[in-house]
Ligand binder design. Structure first.
Ligand code: C2E
Ligand code: MG
Ligand code: MG
Length: 764
């Protein structure tokens, strides 16, 4: 007996310690455990009193306390079990049923001193004590026992219910408790059924209470590992929260607490955490969620990346969930800066080409009923500005222009820089005002060492009629319009129309098909006869013709200017020179070696190749005397030419080539210059002179040119002779060489040969 009492005291002390620790515990479950634990000490105390007391009164009171406290202890144990297993209990019908039962039972027990309907006491002697008051059951006691049994069974079932649902890793928290409850219940009933005096099962209840206390307040799986893990996680800058099956936080690291303004004692619920971080209200959260959200905390705005997903045990059962929150604020800032850089021009801060196209496309698509125009600007000779004043000055000018344009544009416009010196704006048609573009640029000038350098800006305007074509094409069209006025100073604005487009497309076609045409010999020389006074054909001019695969027969006027503009004419000229050499070679081989051919040289050829070397190589290749290849140059090759150019012409002439001045009289050359011209023959074009309304005046000029040429011993070939009268007139003036439709149109090489070479060489 002494040992039993001793153990009872020890257990009681342990229980008191547990109560104290539970009282101070910060775990929420401790709140529900505390009443159960406190109450479980009462059966021990009363049992102790019953065992040691020899007084009837004390024993009686102790029995009352004992019976009452078992009721309430069990009731609060159920409350705790429900919370521990995360079942709903507060305000449930079940709770009120149990509460009512326990309450009535308590009332019945308390009324026992009046009616003795629960128990009476019988004094017996036991092996330990002579005066031991044994409880003598009355019907009320059986009611009490039934209620007790009900409570215990319910308690056991709560744990069973939980065990059915939880994954194995959680089962350890429930098994020991439920087994110990069953054991203690069996033990207790042994005493009740066999009415053994001194109910030692109280010890069991206490131990059971300690066990529940341990799992509720002290238990922590893998304490060491958890500590290490928690330390690592605490140092993590990313926020991490683990949630149990019920969605309650079981681990929150420091970063997470800081982010959510919570502390280590807070219990967080997954739903509210996700709602808070995503700014949603009562969001529905599935098994996983990832997303990036803005999150405001105090003054600071964060960009957070959330990664939430449930965790499964090895057996695939649901064991909880984890939420990782990564702070992406810095990355987001960097990303935004990069995106800004990628979308903007670094010099002026305006949109770059790609971004302009993107925004403009969006604007046009989103406003189907609004008409727009696209304006492209081009700074005249901007390269020169850069060259003269340096890049920095160039950049300053661009910034000034960008700022100026911005002040003129409404917020409905889109503005960007799409090339070195090209800006573009998409403007609503109703906001567009031509004056802005005429007057605006007047404010821009560059001042360098007190010298005002005016900046001339040309504008091309495309009215967005075809809304679906790419924005870049719209810009091209506006830019194309500028080409019309490129050289002009007074007119600085031009509008795109379809002729520009047609011209442009034509240009593209010519450029695009040139190489294949040369390879296929679709480009051929035609020859126009040159005739002397006796009607003898002494030579011919090779004139280019293009038998275009799609466009048919093309005269040089359709493509030579385009090729000249694009620097491709040289390719064609060299080809024509070689074709002429081939023909001359053939005639020589066939015994007609005294006829020569004139070829045309474009001013551009002198920029791109060494004309002298090229023709020397050609005549050598075909073994021809240089004087058989005559070279027609135009006066702008000679006018204002550098010494180097004149030297080159001299070298050409020195090598034995005959250089002819083509279209003399058509340009600005004066008769006075004639004496200095490094040429051997003058080709005078009647067509130009005929354009004059005053026929007498034309004739006078013609007369003087011929007189002057004769005085300088320069032979003259008159071009464009169309009538017999013209020939008679020219003859009288002393002209002796002609080229014109009157004698022959330019004809194919085959026809030319048939007509003039392989015959007797005279006109029929
Ligand atoms: P051009 O060198 O002055 O050639 C004379 C042009 O006057 C030829 O025009 C010819 O057909 C035309 N013509 C000749 N007689 C008469 C006439 O009685 N009445 C009229 N109305 N016209 C006449 P085409 O063949 O159309 O050539 C035009 C221009 O194209 C040439 O003028 C020349 O500057 C250029 N060209 C022709 N072939 C070449 C070439 O291979 N290379 C280069 N760079 N230019 C070429
Ligand atoms: Mg010519
Ligand atoms: Mg000519």
């Amino acid at each position: 007996m002494q040992i039993y009492l001793f153990v009872l005291i020890v257990v009681f002390i342990l229980l008191l310690l547990a109560i104290v620790r539970t009282y101070f515990s910060k775990r929420p479950i401790a709140r529900t455990l505390l009443p159960a634990l406190c109450l479980s000490s009462l059966p021990i105390i009363s049992n102790f009193v019953i065992s040691v007391s020899e007084s009837y009164f004390f024993s009686y009171a102790a029995y009352i306390v004992y019976l009452l406290s078992t009721d309430w202890m069990l009731y609060f144990t159920i409350t705790h079990a429900k919370a521990y297993c995360n079942f709903d209990f507060i305000r449930t019908k079940e709770k009120y049923a149990f509460l009512g039962m326990v309450f009535l039972d308590s009332l019945m027990i308390l009324l026992n001193p009046l009616f003795n309907h629960v128990f009476t006491l019988k004094k017996i002697s036991t092996q330990f004590s002579d005066e031991y008051y044994l409880l003598n059951s009355k019907p009320g006691h059986y009611i009490h026992l039934v209620i007790t049994v009900l409570l215990i069974v319910r308690l056991i079932f709560i744990y069973f219910e939980k065990l059915k649902k939880v994954s194995r890793i959680y089962a350890i928290r429930y098994y020991p408790i439920v087994l110990s409850i069953i054991a203690v219940a069996v033990w207790d009933f042994y005493y009740i059924i066999f009415t053994v005096p001194i109910d030692k099962s109280m010890l069991g209840y206490a131990l059971c209470g300690l066990l529940v206390y341990y799992f509720s307040v002290e238990y922590d799986t893998n304490r060491v590992v958890n500590k290490m893990f928690a330390t690592i996680m605490a140092q993590e800058t990313d926020a991490t929260i683990f949630f149990d099956m019920e969605g309650k936080s079981v681990f929150v690291n420091k970063s997470a607490n800081e982010l959510l303004d919570t502390n280590e004692n807070s219990v967080l619920m997954i739903n509210s955490v996700l709602d808070k971080l995503t700014g949603k209200e009562n969001g529905v959260w599935e098994n996983s969620y990832t997303g990036v959200h803005k999150y405001e905390k105090g003054e600071t705005e964060y960009v957070l990346e959330l990664d939430y997903h449930v965790l499964e045990g090895a057996d695939g059962s649901f064991i909880g969930s984890i939420l990782n929150v990564f702070d992406r604020t810095e990355e987001d800032k960097r990303h935004r800066e990069e995106r800004f850089k990628a979308q903007h021009d670094p010099v002026t801060g305006s949109y770059n080409m790609d971004h302009f196209c993107e925004v403009a496309r969006q604007r046009i698509d989103e406003n189907p009923n609004t008409d727009y125009v696209i304006v492209v600007s081009d700074i005249k000779s901007f390269k020169l500005v850069n060259d003269m004043f340096g890049r920095k000055a160039g950049d300053d000018i661009l910034c000034n222009i960008a700022n100026l344009v911005r002040t003129y544009l409404s917020k409905n416009s889109v503005f960007g820089r799409i090339g070195n010196d090209k800006f573009v704006a998409l403007i609503r048609k109703k906001d567009y005002n031509e004056r802005i573009f005429i007057d605006g640029p007047r404010h821009i000038a560059h001042i360098e060492s007190n010298l005002l350098y005016p900046i001339i800006i040309h504008f091309g305007v495309y009215e967005v009629v075809e809304r679906n074509i790419p924005i870049s094409v719209m810009c091209d069209r506006a830019a194309m319009a500028i080409l019309k006025i490129k050289g002009e100073v007074t007119n600085n604005i031009a509008y795109y129309d379809d002729t520009i487009r047609t011209e442009f497309l034509w240009e593209q076609k010519i450029i695009g098909t040139l190489d294949a045409a040369l390879d296929n010999h679709d480009i051929v020389p035609y020859i126009q006869a040159q005739v002397d006074n006796e009607g003898n054909v002494f030579g011919g001019e090779a004139l280019i013709r293009w038998n275009h695969a799609e466009e048919g027969f093309l005269a040089p006027g359709r493509f030579i200017p385009i090729l000249e503009k694009n620097g491709l004419v040289t390719k064609v000229d060299v080809y024509m020179w070689e074709e002429a050499c081939k023909i001359l070679r053939k005639w020589t081989d066939d015994g007609y070696g005294d006829t020569f051919i004139s070829v045309n040289i474009s001013p551009k050829d002198f920029y791109f190749i060494d004309v002298y070397m090229t023709i020397i190589k050609l005549v050598n290749k075909y073994g021809l005397a240089p004087d058989r290849l005559r070279l027609e140059i135009t006066e702008n090759i000679v006018m204002g030419a550098s010494d180097k150019r004149l030297e080159e012409l001299d070298r050409i002439r020195g090598a034995g080539f005959t250089v002819e001045m083509d279209d003399f009289g058509s340009g600005y050359s004066s008769l006075n210059m004639l004496k200095d011209m490094p040429v051997d023959v003058l080709k005078m074009d009647m067509a130009f002179l005929r354009r004059s309304k005053d026929e007498n005046r034309a004739n006078t000029i013609l007369t003087y040119i011929l007189q002057m040429a004769r005085a300088l011993h320069l032979p003259v070939i008159t071009e464009g002779v169309e009538t017999k009268e013209q020939v008679e007139f020219l003859k009288k003036l002393g002209c002796d060489m002609y080229q014109g439709y009157y004698f022959s149109k330019p004809i194919s090489v085959q026809d030319f040969e048939d007509k003039y070479i392989y015959k007797d060489g005279t006109l029929e």
